[in-house]
Design a binder for this molecule. Structure first.
Ligand SMILES: [Zn+2]
Ligand SMILES: [Zn+2]
Length: 312
């Protein structure tokens, strides 16, 4: 922990007093040096729920308003991706907690135009995981298509949210955990999975699509083997260990593998409007800010059910 002067928001920016900040697997990848070109030193954290405490020129948000600051912190607005509704792929973005300081802190700077308005009555701890696990989970689910049987590999923060959305949409959920993780499998069943097993097991039915949240490349061929003809495998994480070589017959018959990168503001608006209708109920474990390292260690070792959230 260290003390710094409170940051001053520039034009279009706000300073947030952080109420809660979720701990995402991407924070682990940042801390472990697995992602290229971070700002250093960096304050991680990109699932920020906070109150506007100060605003720069040109900001319409009221002082005291509650907002959420997600991973996508800024985009250039003029590259080919920004101009074609793919701002998630912007050529010159800023990412909260990676290339701009994030929310493992008492205060954080955000661009007002990339923050989401949040309700006064919601619980900051319960809401924080929606801002990445929820948003990326939602974008991944859209990429999976509208098939009925969805496999979720890695049943952590994102999957426990996506499972609830799938059930609400009338889909079937099949959950894959680390082999032998019977507590994780029971948790998945409690979130609506009709089957939960180890990632080395075959599900009892063909999947229409599978979403990989676990950063394990070996799961790509496993998931391809589990999806039906024409099925889709969506890689939802920012980093993954190498994908091993696999026989072409696993990809044959028009199966596909795609990745999901970042989020657009439209994803956020969609999901944050949908979450209370489901309603999504997050399972969280709150840690005081000075236990950030313990929270990261617990996430790394799979000791957390649902999502870890830091509370300054
Ligand atoms: Zn751009
Ligand atoms: Zn994240």
């Amino acid at each position: 922990m260290e003390a710094r002067p409170e940051p001053t928001p520039g034009p279009g920016q706000i300073r947030l007093r952080v109420e809660a900040c979720g701990v995402c697997r991407t924070d682990l990848h940042v801390v472990d040096g697995e992602l290229p070109d971070p700002k250093l030193p960096i304050i991680p954290g990109h699932e920020i729920v906070g109150r506007v405490e100060a605003a720069g020129d040109g900001v319409a948000l009221a002082i005291g308003a509650r907002v959420g600051a997600p991973w996508l912190g800024h985009t250039c607005g003029h590259c080919r991706y920004c101009r074609s509704a793919q701002e998630n792929l912007c050529d010159a973005p800023l990412f909260t907690g990676y290339t701009r300081d994030g929310g493992f802190s008492t205060h954080a700077i955000a661009d007002a135009a990339y923050a989401f308005a949040l309700g006064e009555t919601l619980d900051p701890v319960a809401t924080a995981p929606l801002l990445c696990a929820g948003l990326i989970g939602w974008r991944s689910l859209k990429a999976a298509g509208d098939g009925e049987a969805i496999g979720l590999y890695g049943f952590g923060a994102a999957a426990h949210i996506v499972a609830q959305v799938c059930r609400w949409q009338g889909r079937r959920v099949f959950a894959f955990t680390r082999p032998g993780d019977s507590a994780g499998q029971a948790f998945a069943r409690s979130m609506g999975a009709e089957w939960a097993g180890g990632s080395d097991e075959a599900p009892p039915a063909h999947l229409d699509a599978a979403i990989l949240f676990a950063p394990v490349g070996g799961l790509v061929p496993a998931a391809l083997a589990a999806v039906r003809k024409g099925g889709r495998v969506v890689c939802g994480g920012i980093h993954m260990s190498d994908i091993p070589a696999f026989p072409y017959r696993l990809l044959w018959e028009e199966r596909s593998v795609v990745s999901v990168a970042n989020l657009t503001r439209a994803d956020g608006e969609e999901f944050l409007a949908l979450a209370p209708r489901v309603p999504v109920r997050t399972t969280t474990r709150a840690y005081p800010l000075d236990m950030a390292n313990e929270a990261l260690d617990d996430l790394r070792s799979g000791r957390i059910e649902g999502a870890a959230v830091l509370v300054p």
